[in-house]
Design a protein. Structure first.
Length: 255
């Protein structure tokens, strides 16, 4: 089951996985989900959809029931949003929705679906999996992207801790931390004026994640993957100051 399967990295996961498995696709936009489903069912697999806004907790609980009934063995927590700019300039609901989708939905889906995933994998003598899509933004506090970066730090720490807890169980856990990737995310986040050179192809990002699942706990993708340790080696105040200056510089250049 893939959340946010209608576009970007989620759609890329679906394109890779349809070669080997049936799929349950979740997204907000029913029409887009149907289009994605129609493209994928040509491959001869069962594809079901679940259209709902996952900032709504009751929809997340419904999705847990639906995915358990489907009998999923791999959960890809991919749907995510963020809004660029100063927190105090945003609507309260914008920040709330970011936390609900990027944090609460991830925890509820993972907690709700892991028991079934582990049980089915154990019975079949195979391995289940959970992928949580975090971000390279998880590695430092990011001014002007405060809630988003903090939500991704949450998902990274959550995944790493969970992987250790479940080391003896037949399930593989992976945090995917993409760097800039060519999807609709930046435009939705209000970042369309800032173009990051060398942004990755979503198909390649999804492929790297699927190859990493079962071999490691954290997969960082993209040009800046080597720089993610940097924020841990210097004082925090320097990191946030440098990031804020970089954002102001790019903003000024592109406006
Ligand atoms: N692109 C990047 O540069 C980048 C970098 C690092 C991390 N990421 C992470 O990668 C993940 C996928 O993002 P993407 O880049 O592929 O962006 P995207 O193309 O904007 O896709 C986001 C997906 O999430 C779904 N979604 C958005 N709000 C939702 C809601 N309230 N309820 C249910 N589904 C919702 C969208 O579905 P609908 O269209 O149906 O609403 C869409 O399928 C996110 O977690 C993002 O934080 C992206």
């Amino acid at each position: 089951m893939i959340t946010g399967a209608t576009s970007g990295i989620g759609a890329a996961f679906a394109s890779h996985l349809i070669r080997s498995t049936d799929l349950l696709l979740a997204g907000r936009d029913a029409e887009k989900l149907e289009i994605t489903r129609n493209e994928l069912i040509r491959r001869g697999r069962k594809v079901e959809t679940f259209a709902a806004d996952l900032t709504d907790e009751s929809a997340v609980n419904e999705l847990v029931d639906r995915a358990d009934a489907f009998g999923i063995d791999l959960l890809i927590n991919n749907a995510g949003i963020g809004q660029f700019g100063r927190l105090i300039d945003h609507e309260r609901d914008t920040e709330r929705d970011t936390a609900m989708l990027n944090v609460v939905a991830v925890v509820v889906l993972t907690r709700g679906l892991l028991p079934g995933i582990i049980e089915r994998a154990g019975k079949a003598n195979e391995r289940g999996g959970v992928v949580i899509v975090s971000s390279t933004a998880a590695f430092a506090p990011v001014p002007f992207f405060a809630t988003y970066a903090a939500s991704k730090a949450f998902s990274l720490y959550f995944t790493e801790a969970l992987a250790e807890e479940l080391r003896g169980d037949p399930v593989d856990i992976l945090a995917l931390c993409p760097g800039a990737t060519k999807t609709g995310f930046s435009a939705r986040a209000g970042l369309d004026r800032i173009s990051v050179p060398g942004a990755a192809d979503p198909g390649a990002v999804a492929r790297e994640a699927l190859d990493a699942l079962g071999n490691k706990t954290v997969q960082v993708t993209g040009l800046l993957s080597q720089a993610t340790l940097g924020p841990f080696l210097v004082p925090r105040r320097l990191v946030t100051g440098a990031l804020a200056a970089a954002v102001r510089y790019f903003n000024a250049r592109q406006s």
